[in-house]
Design a protein around this ligand. Sequence first.
Ligand SMILES: *[C@@H]1O[C@H](CO)[C@@H](O)[C@H](O)[C@H]1NC(C)=O
Ligand SMILES: *[C@@H]1O[C@H](CO)[C@@H](O)[C@H](O)[C@H]1NC(C)=O
Ligand SMILES: *[C@@H]1O[C@H](CO)[C@@H](O)[C@H](O)[C@H]1NC(C)=O
Ligand SMILES: *[C@@H]1O[C@H](CO)[C@@H](O)[C@H](O)[C@H]1NC(C)=O
Ligand SMILES: *[C@@H]1O[C@H](CO)[C@@H](O)[C@H](O)[C@H]1NC(C)=O
Ligand SMILES: *[C@@H]1O[C@H](CO)[C@@H](O)[C@H](O)[C@H]1NC(C)=O
Length: 813
Amino acid sequence: MEGQIFLLCCCFTLFSVTMLCSAVDTISAGGSISDGETVVSSDGCFELGFFDPENSKRYLGIWYKKISPGTVVWVANRNIPLNDTSGVLRLTNQGILVLSTETKANITIWSSSSSGEPVTNPVARLLETGNLVVSVGGKIVWQSFDYIGDTFLPGMKCGRNLVTGLDNYLTSWKRSSDPSSGEYTNKLDHNGYPQIFLRKGPVIRFRSGPWNGLRFSGMPNLKPNPIYTFEFVYNDQEIYYKYELINSSVVTRMVLNQFGSLQRFVWINRTQDWILYVSAEMDNCDHYSLCGAYGSCNIANLPPCGCLRGFKPKFQSDWKSGDWSNGCVRKTELTCKDGEGFIKIPSVKLPDTRNSWFNRTIDLKECEKWCLRNCSCTAYSSLDIRGGGSGCLIWFNELIDIREYTENGQDLYLRMAASELGSNGEMKRRVRTIIIPVLLGAVIIGVIYVLLAKKKKRLKLGEQIIEDKQSDGNNDEDLKLPLFSFNAIADATNNFSDKNKLGEGGYGPVYKGKFRDGQDIAVKRLSKESKQGDGQFKNEVILIAKLQHRNLVRLLGCCIQGEEKMLVYEYMPNKSLDSFIFDRAQSSLLDWPQRCKIINGIARGLLYLHQDSRLRIIHRDLKASNILLDEEMNAKISDFGMAKCFGGDETEANTRRVVGTYGYMSPEYVIDGIFSVKSDVFSFGVLVLEIINGKRNRGFNHPDHKLNLLGHAWKLFQEGRPEDLMDAPVRDSCDISEVGRSIQVGLLCVQQSPEDRPSMASVVLMLSSDISLPQPKEPGFFTERQLIEGDSSSSKIDFCSTNKMTMTLLTAR
Ligand SMILES: *[C@@H]1O[C@H](CO)[C@@H](O)[C@H](O)[C@H]1NC(C)=O
Ligand SMILES: *[C@@H]1O[C@H](CO)[C@@H](O)[C@H](O)[C@H]1NC(C)=O
Ligand SMILES: *[C@@H]1O[C@H](CO)[C@@H](O)[C@H](O)[C@H]1NC(C)=O
Ligand SMILES: *[C@@H]1O[C@H](CO)[C@@H](O)[C@H](O)[C@H]1NC(C)=O
Ligand SMILES: *[C@@H]1O[C@H](CO)[C@@H](O)[C@H](O)[C@H]1NC(C)=O
Ligand SMILES: *[C@@H]1O[C@H](CO)[C@@H](O)[C@H](O)[C@H]1NC(C)=O
């Protein structure tokens, strides 16, 4: 938080540069401005001058003056900063803008280019559009709009001038406080039919798809709207995309941020803030070539990748394990013999057109003939979809990066071998002779199997060992869970002395202990209120004992004696996560790589509980104090399964206590008592943001607003500076794109509506790969602090009186 205040102050001093000169919008030949002086566009909207985004480095740039000063839209010397305030911008008599230092050496830091022709009376002017132009007799000889930085303003042309060779594209900043060229670019590619690629270094992340007359094929949400109009121009001289404001009183800009997201912001005068209007990429399927060659991505499917009709995965085993990058191959190879034809694949994003050919005048019928005539042609489509379609676009070789849309997609005609075409009869025959018998067989085997499994179900309870032969898998695994005597445990824990007490959980106190053989243990002594029968308790324990995962705390055994019920776990020397992240001194021990490892560990453990374990357990009380850390700081979820064991059995007449902790509970859980795996996902999201920020969601304070941590993170994210959320130890050791990614995943997890939240499977995937992330919507409970704190004065809420379920509120330890 200190860091933010510091940054704020720094921005404040930085942009309240005193205006020495009266507001002029021009520099005439021989004239100059030095650091501290500025040029202002005639409508007062934009300002040109020197600024300092962070440290002592100074840059010449253009920013909004009337609104949002501090939002820089263009930087001249982004890669060669000035070290002091000695910078001077001068317009030479030759019509060249020169930025130099006024020291002895007169070093030129940056200069505009010139045509080399002699000029008279050049003038540099900052236009109302934010464009800095040098003109001679009304003719523009140089303009800043030809050198886009990270901000794409109305009127700029992103693309290529085929005459001059000028290639104008977006390059991200390195950080929000460092304008030097970052890794990401958004650039037109004019191989084949032009498209725009968003790249990280040389690697393509996102492809706009070809222009189809209305929009880019891969950007279905680029639609007519009340704010701006857009066009794509492709002629002999130039290829470019640009947009213009419909009403110039609305301010909008598009930015390629340091995390590689291309986002459009709109200024809201009422709140004096930028809001995110739309992002170019929408979901995983926008990740370039996610499904490989001839694969097709459909975000509504799980897994999203499938093969096009007539194709099968190239490597079946890779495909099944989620590695789709090798794509698909034809079931029947093309031979270029007679009889080959096309099948229609409806409503898709057209494949990569770098290896394509087009003709604007021929129609679709003719297009088909052209494609058939050339043996390396694999597909064709209309070039322009307006007015029923016109033109012809033909692909050669592999088809890459196809996705399906529910609306605004295009038809693609895919070349097929004769045997794969229209043989409907063939298909039906196959269904009759192969598929139906196979299905019937499977059903019969299934029924026999279930009957056998029931017979085998047996439960033996021994004196010292609980053996469980109940097996619903095909392997006959035996489970042996030690049953400890009360005396052995009392002995190990020094007779449950207060000195050995580690803490108090939702179900009773937890003690540290040491068995005679030297093994360290943690004992959870369940409170006696739990009226569960012994047999039932044992059954539950057997279930928990089956959960084995490196990110879950291992249950070593249990103890049942009279009223006493205890669970014996492995002991975690590094205690719980909350003792690290929320503690000023301890938190410095946890750098970003460790926090990242912890986040990933929790995600994997939770995924196992939700999906991979046979029990499908909802944790329901995921919080920092329930995450334990082993010697190597591996995260281990504890208290898992307890929710299921002690609260889930609603047919029981006993009163069950469902324990949750405010700050971590999802809105639908707190308000309606509805819980699902998505409530755990919510808690996980809170945890991620806490791990990054080092403050508790509950009780979070910020001098600028009344939001809780979720709200704060959301605000920073919307303002395009999520990295400000970082705790100091994170900031020193961070991989900025990794942190940004984690923040975005955290925000996706805490979205208001459970349906919007990703599953833990997607979370694990999003954290461990660099697939592109969807844009989060508003988080749940981010402003409702008053409501929550008001309620918490009563320690119990009856939110489900019909089945007498009560919830005890625990303040986080
Ligand atoms: C700023 O300082 C750095 C490091 O001392 C130096 O390499 C660089 O040339 C300086 N820049 C200017 C414009 O003087
Ligand atoms: C630096 O430039 C200024 C202005 O053009 C000039 O007066 C001064 O003599 C130059 N100094 C050197 C060392 O070239
Ligand atoms: C532009 O917007 C302003 C403010 O909303 C409005 O007053 C003005 O009439 C609009 N101009 C046009 C041409 O629509
Ligand atoms: C912006 O809001 C301020 C008050 O917050 C108001 O005075 C001003 O007229 C508004 N500007 C526009 C363009 O609506
Ligand atoms: C497009 O096809 C038409 C008709 O076949 C032909 O006259 C024209 O030259 C073609 N254009 C290009 C660029 O190949
Ligand atoms: C097929 O198209 C490719 C790519 O344009 C071209 O190189 C090749 O010569 C064509 N083949 C025939 C037979 O027209």
